[in-house]
Design a protein around this ligand. Structure first.
Ligand code: HC1
Ligand code: SF4
Ligand code: SF4
Length: 575
């Protein structure tokens, strides 16, 4: 415990607490730009400067731990003036085109500049004239807007262990760029979008494809349909004043219908279907070919991209089941099209995802055209959907609850928990238990695979048989799991795990790169709680109990891993 004073207020905090965090405890907000609670502070921007009382010493609050007896002044005319100068210097080479900036309205620099009431700059504006990089299907990098805070570089290196971004150049020529100065698409980038979710300004943002969707909605020849991912429903509300984690599924369905979609489907339905296919794949291997284990989940496209790039020797362990997004696209243009006598080529399928990598997934391989054309036409992030809802003048908060369309809309609790880390594995265990024993679980909740621990391991007892599982989220946590698998292989020993779930984003899709800004662990916990609430409220909680899934197999697919399932619902990977 450390005793100190902040602006004269005495307080006691734990050793190691930074001045920034301590100040928050006594209701003092110190401005920050480069700092983000997900990342180790590196004190680049200097706006969080504070000083010691009665001493010339200054500190960067984000990176300085408190010391016994400290007396800190966070705000006085001198400090405010220093912060103002820091801001003026940043603005001296930052474009003033706020009106057209993708971050207008939620830009952290804009907010701070407004708080400081900056009206004119003492410095001459010198823009750098750097071109934007539009090469990636997922994110756009605009170095002209970059304030060199370094958050994206740290996210990409520290949380994701990808190292696609770095600082290039020296002095006033320093800029953010893909390593080796190649285009983003040619870099090792896995398209997770975490850089865009952490950027405080409009320097990295989702590739906006709302224009294509508006065009399709206005095209009389087209039959626009839509699906929403599990994690969207607990985060979209943040953009409309709801608290994080508020479940808004019914309002989302309503909003999508008002936008003009002819049918509203739920990706949770095909999450249940993924479990049927992947669970059957697992049970088959577990019973007949255990030496081919572990089975590794493949529904996160950023993770797929990472494994293909960095662990190609483990590709045979990847589940061949497509992601729920991809399965729904294929079924909308086959099963749904047939039942409703609509020409597949007229269906315009849009997916609403918490994710920027899903934009890449929809055209990543020929299997994504299982219906004969691209199964999903456009994938939008939650942030893009929010803009469309607002542009359409839809009063989201006062919308009635609606229902999803039948045959691709009903879901169980197992489908919804895909949105959180551990959820895919938990859903697979619920159905795996049934497939292995023919019985139903009394308690469907597997607490060991829940929560924000970077790697979660469990030995699950299925009527005397042990299934060893591991869950990793945030790509930097993957290595320790995969290295154990590789070491066992080299030693000729059985894999330490039978089943592994990986999601590229910390917390899983609830804090995907396309979600509303501002995710921290506190927000992740709230969104996660919303997902588990959706699970508890569900009439059925195991994928194999979903009546529409049962009907789909009866009427169309025959059974899991059937020839038709393989054609429509499975895919291939390549190094
Ligand atoms: Fe996800 Fe998935 S859970 S990948 O995180 O398997 O994006 O939400 O839609 O496809 O269902 C994302 C979320 C999502 C898929 C499902
Ligand atoms: Fe790195 Fe992900 Fe951003 Fe690519 S999208 S640069 S991998 S953080
Ligand atoms: Fe996308 Fe989810 Fe993977 Fe993040 S964890 S990249 S949101 S699929």
């Amino acid at each position: 415990q450390v005793n100190l004073k902040i602006n004269g207020n005495p307080l006691t905090v734990e050793q190691g607490t930074t001045i920034l965090v301590a100040a928050k405890k006594v209701g003092v907000r110190i401005p920050t730009l480069c700092y983000h609670p997900d990342l180790t502070a590196w004190a680049a921007c200097g706006i969080c400067i504070v000083k010691a009382e009665n001493s010339p010493k200054t500190f960067r609050a984000c990176a300085t731990p408190v010391e016994e007896g400290m007396s800190i002044i966070t705000h006085d005319p001198e400090i405010v003036e220093i912060r103002r100068t820091v801001l003026e210097l940043i603005l001296s080479n930052h474009p003033n085109d706020c009106l057209q900036c993708p971050r207008s309205g939620n830009c952290e620099l804009q907010t701070i500049a407004a708080e400081f009431g900056l009206r004119e700059s003492p410095y001459q504006k010198v823009l750098r004239g750097l071109p934007a990089d539009h090469s990636s299907p997922s994110v756009v990098l605009n170095p002209e807007k970059c304030i060199l805070c370094g958050r994206c570089v740290h996210v990409c290196q520290e949380m994701q262990n990808v190292w696609a971004l770095e600082f290039i150049g020296r002095g006033h020529k320093v800029r953010i760029a893909p390593a080796a100065d190649v285009s983003l698409n040619d870099s090792p980038c896995i398209k997770c979008g975490q850089c865009s979710a952490h950027c405080p300004v409009g320097a990295i943002y989702e590739n906006d494809e709302t224009g294509k969707v508006w065009a399709a909605l206005g095209d009389k020849e087209k039959y626009p349909v839509v699906q929403i991912a599990p994690a969207v429903r607990v985060a979209v509300g943040e953009a409309f004043g709801y608290k994080s984690g508020e479940l808004l599924t019914g309002k989302l369905y309503s909003a999508l219908r008002r936008l003009g979609f002819r049918a509203v489907f739920d990706t949770n339905f095909t999450a249940d279907l993924t479990i049927m296919e992947e669970g059957s794949e697992f049970v088959k291997l577990f019973k007949d070919e255990p030496d081919k284990l572990p089975l590794v989940t493949s529904c996160c496209p950023a993770w797929v991209d990472y494994l293909e790039k960095y662990y190609p020797d483990l590709i045979p362990h990847f589940s061949t089941a497509k992601s729920p997004q991809a399965m729904l696209g294929a079924l909308a243009k086959t099963y749904y099209a047939e039942k409703n006598k609509i020409a597949p080529k007229n269906i315009f399928m849009v997916s609403i995802m918490p994710c920027t990598a899903k934009k890449y997934e929809i055209s990543r391989s020929t299997e994504m055209c299982a219906s004969g054309q691209q199964d999903i036409n456009v994938s939008l992030t939650t942030r893009e959907l929010v803009r469309m809802i607002k542009a359409a003048g839809i009063d989201f908060n006062n919308l009635p609850d609606d229902k999803a369309d039948s045959i691709l809309g009903e879901y169980t609790g197992a489908g919804t928990i895909f949105g959180v880390t551990g959820g895919v594995l938990e859903a697979a265990l619920r159905t795996g238990y049934h497939l292995l024993t023919g019985e139903e679980l009394d308690n469907v909740e597997f607490q060991d695979v829940r929560g924000l621990g970077g790697v979660k391991e469990a030995a699950v007892n299925i009527k005397g048989t042990t299934v060893n599982v591991a869950v990793a989220h945030g790509v930097a946590n993957v290595q320790q799991v995969l290295d154990k698998v590789k070491a066992a292989k080299v030693a000729g020993q059985p894999s330490p795990y039978h089943f592994i779930e990986v999601m590229a984003c910390r917390g899983g899709c609830v804090s995907g790169g396309g979600q509303p800004y501002g995710a921290t662990d506190e927000v992740r916990r709230l969104r996660t709680a919303g997902i588990y609430q959706d699970d508890r409220l569900a009439a059925k909680r195991c994928s194999h109990q979903n009546p529409e899934i049962q009907k789909l197999y009866k009427d169309f697919l025959n059974q899991p891993l059937s020839e038709k399932s393989h054609h429509l619902l499975h895919t291939k990977y390549q190094a």
